[in-house]
Design a protein around this ligand. Structure first.
Ligand SMILES: Cc1cc2nc3c(=O)[nH]c(=O)nc-3n(C[C@H](O)[C@H](O)[C@H](O)COP(=O)(O)OP(=O)(O)OC[C@H]3O[C@@H](n4cnc5c(N)ncnc54)[C@H](O)[C@@H]3O)c2cc1C
Length: 470
């Protein structure tokens, strides 16, 4: 069986969907999409039933279709902030985009339940049939390598008489346990703790295994502005000022925390992790109630009544329930050029904004001819992992933003893009408020020093990481 198309896109997850959507809007290209899942949306199909977006729906999904109603939550721990679509809503949204926009355009052929084999061929996981594609370009929309607990067994050993479940199975609980042990301190671990607390489990009965403490983003700072497209100008100004006025890396983190840009669960512990997790103030207050935090490294083995970790062991209740939240979500992958001959590898060009990044890459593909220029405009901002990565992504993000701002047509595109919550729309009739004008002046004043300091600190952190690993 042979197929022909301009683009062969491997992966119909959020990034593949956002890329194809922009390509359909801005070109007349034809596309073949291949994915192992039965439905578009990628890892959202495997997510825990109580998952929600960690950022407002108003700038998630694809550029051409709204997700949600831009409502403000009136109840719950996200109260007062823009709505967060549930996992089920995200999946339904991508399914509709596929059916109503992609397939009905007549330009997209979609092959679910198919595995890419390489060399522009793929195989149906249902019939075994292999199809060969002839495409001008191959787009790798799988590179972020997202892994979630339900599809990945834990890396530690679990004895057979121990109750250990992925957090997906929490809503299936039918019997209480005297202790609930949440393994993992990323956003998924936080969600597991919040779920338990919301179901009236006492904080004293929750043990939280936290191999690393994390810097966390305050979701209140990641909200669309009243015009629907500006966020955080004041926040950014405060951040620039804090960095510019800092005297060391520790002092910088302290100042950025003081000004509300970064949060942490325990003020007495220096975080070594940063993975773009977001919480609200209400969520943070809940998480702080959990005092039984196990900081003894990573789990090696779970036995009845005992947890062995890399830095010691802990005795726990015999009927404890272990909740695995250790999958990596987005891994830190080696950076490769986004545009490389007939290969496009989707990666983040703005920190932790995967769908926005995929849409920008499609726009650049559609609008710029030279590969050098395309790659210059798509400098990769790799997914962060360590606290020092906060500095790296903040700097890389600022540099990309400066490069884009120097290109008037790109700036206009960004301003009009639904997925871009940072850039002011070019046709906005909103007059900047006094506070915003002051913030912009502040950025202009402190920006250059802040960027220079970030460069210095990154150099220092890299040297010390090199030293530690040696
Ligand atoms: C719990 C959770 C909450 C999140 N919340 C947010 C949020 O609020 N905002 C945000 O911006 N990001 C969020 N993220 C990050 C999120 O991962 C990205 O937004 C985005 O969904 C990543 O999509 P992707 O297309 O890169 O990856 P995936 O969703 O993993 O999609 C890749 C697809 O490729 C397919 N595939 C892989 N290999 C092959 C192959 N060989 N052949 C065929 N198909 C293949 C897979 O089946 C999959 O469907 C969240 C992540 C998690 C885990």
């Amino acid at each position: 069986m042979k197929l022909e198309a301009d683009y062969l896109v491997i992966g119909a997850g959020a990034m593949g969907m956002a890329f194809v959507d922009t390509l359909l809007t801005e070109t007349d290209a034809t596309v073949v999409m291949v994915d192992k899942h039965d439905k578009p949306g990628g890892h959202w199909n495997d997510a825990y039933p109580f998952v929600h977006l960690h950022q407002p729906s108003s700038f998630y999904g694809v550029n051409s279709a709204k997700l949600g109603d831009d409502a403000i939550d009136e109840t719950g721990l996200n109260k007062g902030l823009h709505e967060l679509a549930s996992g089920a809503e995200v999946c339904a949204y991508f399914d509709q985009v596929m059916q109503r926009r992609f397939l009905s355009s007549g330009r997209v052929s979609y092959f679910p339940m198919c595995e890419y084999l390489g060399d522009q061929s793929f195989k149906s996981m249902v019939t075994g049939e292999v199809k060969q594609v002839t495409a001008r370009k191959v787009v790798d929309a799988t590179y972020m390598n997202v892994s979630v607990p339900s599809v990945k067994p834990p890396e530690y050993q679990v004895q057979s008489d121990v109750a250990c479940i992925p957090l997906n199975d929490l809503p299936k609980l039918r019997q209480p346990h005297s202790q609930y042990v949440v393994i993992g301190a990323g956003k998924t671990g936080m969600d597991a703790c919040l779920w338990l607390l919301s179901h009236q489990v006492s904080a004293d009965d929750i043990m939280w295994v936290m191999p690393r403490d994390s810097w966390i983003l305050d979701r209140a700072n990641i909200q669309p502005g009243r015009s629907g497209a500006t966020i955080g100008v004041e926040g950014l100004a405060g951040q620039m000022r804090a960095i510019a006025e800092s005297e060391s890396i520790d002092d910088m983190f302290a100042k950025v925390q003081q000004n509300g840009q970064l949060l942490r669960i325990a003020d007495e512990v220096k975080p070594s992790m940063y993975r773009c997790a977001t919480v609200t103030d209400l969520e943070l207050q809940q998480l702080k109630k959990i005092k039984n935090v196990i900081r003894k490294g990573r789990v090696k083995r779970v036995s009845r009544g005992q947890l062995e970790l890399t830095q010691g062991a802990v005795t726990l209740s015999e009927d404890a329930l272990y909740i695995d939240c250790t999958a990596d979500a987005l891994a830190r992958r080696p950076v490769v050029p986004v545009f490389d001959g007939n290969q496009i590898t989707l990666q983040t060009v703005r920190f932790c904004q995967q769908v926005f990044s995929a849409a920008v890459i499609a726009h650049i593909e559609a609008s710029y001819d030279s590969e050098d220029e395309r790659n210059r405009l798509c400098t990769v901002v790799p997914h962060p992992n360590t606290a020092s990565d906060w500095m790296r992504v903040t700097l890389a993000h600022a540099m990309n933003q400066l490069t884009w701002s120097a290109d008037a047509s790109l700036l206009q595109w960004l301003g009009d893009a639904r997925l871009d919550a940072f850039t002011q729309p070019a046709n906005s009739t909103d007059k900047p408020t006094e506070a915003m004008q002051a913030a912009i002046a502040n950025i202009n004043e402190h920006g250059p020093t802040a960027l220079r300091k970030l460069q210095e600190y990154i150099e220092l952190a890299s040297q010390s990481e090199l030293h530690t690993s040696a």
